[in-house]
Design a protein around this ligand. Sequence first.
Ligand code: ZN
Ligand code: ZN
Length: 370
Amino acid sequence: MDPVALRHQLHQIPEIAFAEHATKALLLDTLAQIIGQADSRWQVHEFKNSTGILAVYTGAEGDYKLFRADMDALPVKENSSCSFPSTHEGFMHACGHDVHMAILMGLIAQIALLKPATNLMFLFQPAEEGKGGAQSVLAEGIIQSYPVRSAYALHVASGLPVGSISSKAGIFFGIPQEFDVRFIGKASHVAYPEQGINALHAGRNFLTMMDEAVAELAKTERVIYHVGKMSAGDIRNIIPALCTLEGTHRSLKSEVRDTMNNLTTELAAKSAESYGAKAEVEFLCSYDAVVNDASLVQQLSAACHELDLDYREAEIAMTGEDFGFFTTLYPGLLFWLGSGCEHPLHSDKFFPLDDSLAVGVKLFTHLALS
Ligand SMILES: [Zn+2]
Ligand SMILES: [Zn+2]
C-alpha cells in the first residue's frame, strides 16, 4: 500500500460531510488488502449512522491508543496546480483531509507489517467541517467500549515547511460557536413608518450593543464575536420586516462560550423589544476546545528530535477542530504537520505536498510504538 497513491485517489473523489460514501468504499477496500486474510488481531467496525470506520488492532493485553483522521471535503471548486484534481465538480479536499486519511492508512500498513505487541485503534471520522462528525461517532459508543488510554490526530498546516511539526500543551484550538439571529418586524411603506416595525433597525442596534458587551468581555478573556452575513429588506421604499444575522464566536473556555451565548439571547431580546419587534436566536454547531495533554506534547517533541524533524511551539488557533470532543474524553494530542503550501486552509489553491505524507506516517508510527 502506497500512501501517496491512496492520497491521489482520495483527492480525486472529495465528498462533503456525512456523504463520504465513495471515500468509505475506497478505505474499506484498502483496509481489506492490508489486513488480508482473517487475522484475529484485527477488527473493523462500521458506524450505523455515518460513513465512519474504526479499525482495531489488538496485539497485547491492556488499553489502546487511538489515532484519528477526518474524511470530509468542502464545497469549493478546485483551483490548485495539482496533477490529480478533483473529479467531483464543485468539491475539493481544501482542508487536506485526503492527506490525513492516507497517513492513517500508512500507519495501519506499518502496524500490519510489524505486528507489534501493543493495542491500537484507527478511526476514520466523517464530517469534521461543522457538521458534528466526532459527536456522531462517539454517540454510537463503539469507541468507548474499548479502554482508550490516549488519542492522537494531526492537521496539515499552511505556511509550515515539510519536515516541520508544531503543537503546544494545554488549549490549542478554541471553541467555535455558530449562531443565527432573526428580527421579525412589520413591513410598511416608507411614507408611513408608524405603520411598520423596522427589523433592520433592531438588527443594527443589536450589533452595536453586542460589540460593546464583547469589548468589555475582551478585557479579561480572549474572544472573537463575528457576524459575517446580515440581510434585511427586499425593496427600497419598504420598511424591512425581516433582518437575519449569521455569525460565529470564538472563546477558550466553555463558561465564556456560555456567557457570549447568553449575551446574544439577552441583547437580541432587548433590542427587539425597544423596536416592538420579535427576536429569534438559534445556536448551531459548537465544538469543545482542543486541549493537548502536556506529557503527550513532551512525547511529540522528543519523537521529532529522534526523527530529525523540526519541532516548533505553536500559537493558540481560534479555528475549531472537533477533535476537541476526544481531548475532552481522553488525554489527547493534536499537532500541525508542515504541508509545504503557503495558500491558506480552505482556499481553492490549498495543496499540501505529497512529501508531507512520509513525515506523517513516520511520526504517527513512532508515537504508536513508543
Ligand atoms: Zn477545515
Ligand atoms: Zn481540517
